[in-house]
Design a protein around this ligand. Structure first.
Ligand code: SAM
Ligand code: DTB
Ligand code: SF4
Length: 338
């Protein structure tokens, strides 16, 4: 029985990052196998339900109103359109549908729409996830009562580097939203972005914050920065890919029972790098040709990769069960015929 730790210190994390690559990956894969089927991957599809003109100044983001990124803005999508997209994602083999809005936080008048979206998408037999910015306790409560399964709210980076990336909301604001989500009984999805010009110490700081939360996030997205022209991080230097793999491996070791998601940035990664991330303990991806505003690998390329690696997509029933998730091969076989 693994006891989950919430008291990781910087020296321990440094020591993990400093391990020879093979030793680190072996340790991560060993931990991974104690808690998960190593060939099963949870698959989520994203949809931007409200795009652009965001008041926040996140320096990586195509949707911030502070930068000219040439993005077409869109109002809150109609519920029927969202349901249609969710059904299409399900037909292609996704088990979770994640709806994202470019808001600082939802306004009261937005709430009835998003609550209805949760109910309708859940009614299709999909897990639901939303990322709408900061949530007040009563907003989180309402989403929980509507049946929302997951709420995504990333810490993004270390507390020390955070001020270089966002000035319009604080690290504490983010921690408060995570607490409100947890208290509402919604599963927490929280991770960050790697490759924003931060140092290894910042990657350590981010993972330490996530692992030392009162409960490990159920899902931990590790995004590789998608460089957006027009943002302050549009031409930041590339991160050494092995350092990205190391970050996934350390996340896996620290949070043994969490799904670690190989998130944004897969389009720039070759199959071999993605396979290394899976070996390092990533067991979740975003699937579908679009993330929120940028592109993601083609679905047929992902199916082919899964086939080459002998991996399977998890079905809803198995991802929500408390027991060890077991992949069901039928799901993506059926989807391939679509
Ligand atoms: N507006 C909400 C918020 O920030 O809480 C929700 C949407 S926001 C786009 C969700 C997350 O996507 C961000 O916290 C960030 O971690 C990630 N993200 C945004 N732009 C990205 C980029 N260019 N590359 C990688 N990850 C990105
Ligand atoms: C997360 O950690 N990554 C997703 C999701 N949560 C909402 C978003 C990635 C966005 C990538 C850039 C874009 O497509 O705009
Ligand atoms: Fe707005 Fe979210 Fe983008 Fe920040 S990451 S600018 S809050 S949409």
């Amino acid at each position: 029985m693994t006891t989950l730790r919430h008291d990781w210190n910087r020296a321990e994390l440094r020591a993990l990052f400093d391990l020879p690559f093979n030793d680190l990956l072996f340790q991560a894969q060993t931990v991974h196998r104690q808690h998960f089927d190593p060939n099963a991957v949870q698959v989520s599809t994203l949809l931007s339900i409200k795009t652009g003109a965001c008041p926040e100044d996140c320096k990586y983001c195509s949707q911030s109103g502070h930068y000219d990124t040439g993005l077409d803005k869109e109002k809150l999508l109609e519920i029927e359109k969202v349901v249609q997209e969710a059904q299409a994602a399900k037909d292609k083999g996704a088990s979770r549908f994640c709806m994202g809005a470019a808001w600082r936080s939802p306004r009261d008048k937005d709430m009835p729409y998003v609550l209805e979206m949760v109910k309708r998408v859940k009614g299709l037999g999909l897990e639901t996830c939303m990322t709408l910015g900061m949530l007040a306790p009563e907003q989180a409560q309402a989403l929980g009562e509507a049946g929302l399964d997951y709420y995504n709210h990333n810490l993004d980076t270390s507390p020390e580097y955070y001020g270089k990336i966002i000035t319009t909301r604080s690290y504490n604001d983010r921690l408060n939203t995570l607490a409100n989500v947890r208290d509402a009984g919604i599963k927490v999805c929280s991770g960050g972005i790697i490759g924003m010009g931060e140092k290894r110490e910042d990657r350590i700081g981010l993972l330490m914050e996530l692992a030392n939360l009162p409960a490990h996030p159920d899902s931990v997205p590790i995004n590789m920065l998608v460089k957006i022209a027009g943002t302050p991080l549009g031409d930041v230097e590339d991160l050494e890919p092995f350092e990205f793999v190391r970050t996934i491996a350390v996340a896996r070791i620290l949070m043994p029972k969490s799904f670690v998601r190989l998130s944004a940035g897969r389009e720039k990664m070759n199959e071999q790098l993605q396979a290394l991330c899976f070996f390092a303990g990533a067991n979740s991806i975003f699937y579908g040709e679009k993330l929120l505003t940028t592109s993601n690998p083609e679905t047929h390329a992902d199916r082919l990769l899964f086939e080459k690696l002998g991996m399977n997509a998890l079905q809803v029933e198995t991802t929500v069960a408390d027991s060890l998730p077991v992949a069901k091969k039928a799901l993506w076989k059926d989807a391939m015929a679509v």
